[in-house]
Design a protein around this ligand. Structure first.
Ligand SMILES: [Zn+2]
Length: 282
């Protein structure tokens, strides 16, 4: 996951947000809502790329893989937005945290039983974990993260150390596993597009827009150039019937569902309307 090796999904969100006939943003999708959607789409892909790398590169994992994938996903956002660690970037990180807070609050509101047996951390924990890593990445400048997240000082005290530990692990694997030469990779990641859901505006035009952007092909190529993958893999955009994403380690296929992106877009309307001032200090 070297800088630039991963994907920007802005193009995809613009495509999804664009009615077949029209303007770049549909009514009701504010710039903040679009940022929330893009941020979480990016984090979803980075998280699944984490699973892909763990599996394909046989990375040793201490603790739960889902926690490791979240950490790889979080650091993937830093690599994705290299040189752009400004207020807007940190607002995106909090958009990712806020997604988990929304899911947490929704469960509380609806009385949904919490699957404490699940391999993922609880939504509330994923919220605090992301907020902690965000704050810990630059504690001198990110006091506002503590304010908007409500991260208790008992946890915040150790967040810089938590961030450094994760950053060190990612740096460690990059130094050891990046391909040494710039020749043709032995294996590639093939990008496959299935049809988007019929209820999403755009239909065939949407598919063509995504294909024409070449973005998925770019990330697939860069990932295979960055690491010596042990076999050919697949990155598939498809209709799943649920807002999901996953990496299948048997088939070697990373699936990103159109519905997952649309789900973030729909949820964006429920996100916190205002947060503390975020002065842009670079
Ligand atoms: Zn996962």
């Amino acid at each position: 996951m070297r800088p630039g090796a991963l994907i920007r999904l802005t193009w995809l969100l613009v495509c999804l947000a664009t009615p077949a006939t029209g303007a770049e943003q549909p009514p009701g999708l504010s710039a903040d809502a679009l940022r929330f959607t893009v941020a979480n789409a990016e984090f979803t892909l980075m998280h699944e790329m984490g699973h892909l790398l763990i599996s394909e590169l046989e990375l040793p994992v201490l603790g739960r893989e889902e926690d490791a994938a979240d950490q790889l996903g979080f650091m993937g956002l830093f690599l994705l937005h290299d040189q752009q660690h400004d207020a807007a970037f940190y607002a995106k990180l909090m958009d990712v945290a806020d997604y988990w807070r929304l899911e947490w609050r929704r469960s509380e509101r609806t009385g949904t039983e919490i699957p404490v047996w699940d391999s993922h951390a609880l939504d509330a924990q994923r919220f605090y974990n992301i907020a902690c890593l965000a704050y810990g990445s630059d504690p001198d400048r990110l006091d506002w993260v503590l304010e908007v997240s409500g991260l208790p000082v008992e946890r915040a005290l150790y967040c810089p150390e938590e961030y450094q530990q994760v950053a060190h692990a990612v740096q460690w694997l990059r130094e050891r596993l990046q391909r040494a030469d710039s020749g043709t990779p032995r294996h590639r990641i093939e990008v496959i597009y299935d049809s988007p859901p019929s209820h999403l505006a755009g239909g065939t035009a949407l598919l063509e827009k995504i294909r024409a952007s070449g973005e998925l092909e770019a990330v697939a190529r860069k990932a295979s150039e960055a690491f010596d993958l042990p076999r050919d893999l697949t990155l598939r955009m498809t209709t799943c019937g649920a807002p999901d994403a996953w990496f299948n380690r048997i088939s070697g296929e990373l699936t990103l569902c159109y519905e997952r992106i649309a789900y973030f877009r729909d949820l964006a309307g429920e996100r916190p309307k205002r947060r503390a001032p975020q002065p842009d200090r670079g």
